[in-house]
Design a protein around this ligand. Structure first.
Ligand code: NAD
Ligand code: ISE
Length: 343
């Protein structure tokens, strides 16, 4: 039984605790902490878990085998570095850290520790539809990939959401996904600014992101975060001989009153609920059996952060911004990291 401590018991922290305590196997949540001590205490009580005053004491607790970091992005670096120093596996929600320099410090600390300990919460790699799309691509059926068209649409975002978060908080999922999908790095980014939606108030929404990849594939991502009608994630690959796209994910189609309608998920929790379950079960199983995670690595977190930083620079300047990574430590080969595709 893997004994896990959770740092940050907000929206996704609570959801991960729910899945670890009610859905998945081989795991128990033994400790929690949050800057809001009353929230942590309320979450800890029904689990009979330890409620810690801060992340450092949770990581140091002898009851904790492995750590989940689901606090705000700017706090991730400190906790991931502390977990590495303690020799404990750590699952960190995206982003690994809020700057590429901070991600590199994590990469260097992990390499020095000599053991893979870090996994980053890029859950699309575990989604049945993305895995099926990658299986078609690898089968060769549509030929060599040329382009990918993506849309990342949120029904709404909170009032603190700023223009650059469309890249750092939202499109960063596509940034990671295309590295995994095409097994190739991003080499340059550009951002175009369309007419502004009236639904977002002052926010510049939507944005149109272009990603150039080392293998020549060109990716476009529409990021719209106030579409109102639901949470809609799309992706279509154009190959030399055909196309492949994420299918409709609705389990039901209703025909009534002369119309056909498919329900649209409300938010990311609903759309990716099964992917988070698979992601966490694979993390629990790999950490329990080998002491190391098998999913997106600190290197993947670093590479996503460099591309995300470049896209923010492109948004600010209007220019095409190259993406340049440091040499990849052999420690992280092969590139980009697992999971393998279930065909
Ligand atoms: P949230 O604001 O609902 O929860 C964050 C929690 O962290 C809050 O309860 C806050 O009090 C706590 N916190 C802040 N600083 C802390 C600290 N120093 N120590 C302990 N607790 C602290 O936010 P959220 O939506 O749950 O997002 C949390 C993280 O998860 C973010 O990094 C976000 O990008 C990521 N996230 C990932 C996905 C995904 O699809 N993979 C979806 C949503 C959020
Ligand atoms: C949120 O933080 C997520 O990670 C969701 O997956 C994403 O769709 C949303 O835009 C982000 O705000």
């Amino acid at each position: 039984m893997l004994k896990v401590g959770v740092i940050g018991t907000g929206m996704i922290g609570k959801d991960h605790i729910r899945r670890m305590t009610s859905v998945l196997s081989g795991v128990s949540v033994v400790a929690v902490t949050d800057v809001d001590a009353s929230v942590a205490a309320a979450v800890a009580a029904p689990l009979s878990a330890e409620a810690h005053p801060d992340g450092a004491s949770l990581i140091a607790s002898p009851s904790v085998d492995a750590v989940v970091v689901s606090s705000w992005g700017p706090t991730h670096e400190e906790y991931v570095l502390a977990a590495i120093a303690a020799g404990k596996p750590v699952f960190c929600e995206k982003p690994l850290a809020t700057t590429a320099a901070a991600c590199l410090r994590i990469v260097n600390a992990e390499v020095s520790s000599g053991r893979r300990l870090v996994q980053v919460g890029y859950m699309r790699r575990y989604d049945v539809a993305y895995r099926a799309l990658k299986a078609v691509l690898l089968s060769g059926e549509i030929g060599a990939p040329l382009m990918m068209h993506c849309a990342h649409r949120n029904a709404s975002v909170p009032s603190f959401y700023e223009k650059e978060m469309a890249i750092t908080d939202t499109a960063v999922h596509e940034i990671d996904m295309v590295r995994w999908m095409f097994d190739s790095e991003i080499t340059a980014t550009s951002v175009l600014i369309p007419r502004k939606s009236g639904n977002g108030g002052e926010l510049q929404d939507p944005l149109f992101l272009l990603l150039e990849m080392a293998n020549g594939v060109l990716v476009d991502v529409e990021i719209s975060v106030n579409v109102r009608y639901g949470y809609d994630i799309r992706g279509e690959i154009l190959g030399e001989n055909g196309t492949a796209a994420l299918g409709s994910l609705s389990p039901v189609s209703v025909r009534v009153g002369g119309r056909v309608s498919d329900p649209v998920p409300a938010d990311w929790r609903e759309r990716f609920i099964a992917a988070y379950d698979v992601e966490f079960q694979e993390w629990i199983d790999s950490v329990s059996s080998s002491g190391s995670p098998s999913g997106p690595s600190a290197w993947d977190g670093y590479a996503a952060a460099v591309a995300s930083d470049a896209a923010v620079a492109a948004l600010r300047s209007g220019a095409r911004v190259p993406v340049s990574l440091v040499s990849k430590p052999a420690f992280y080969s092969p590139s980009p990291s697992s999971p393998a595709v279930a065909v």
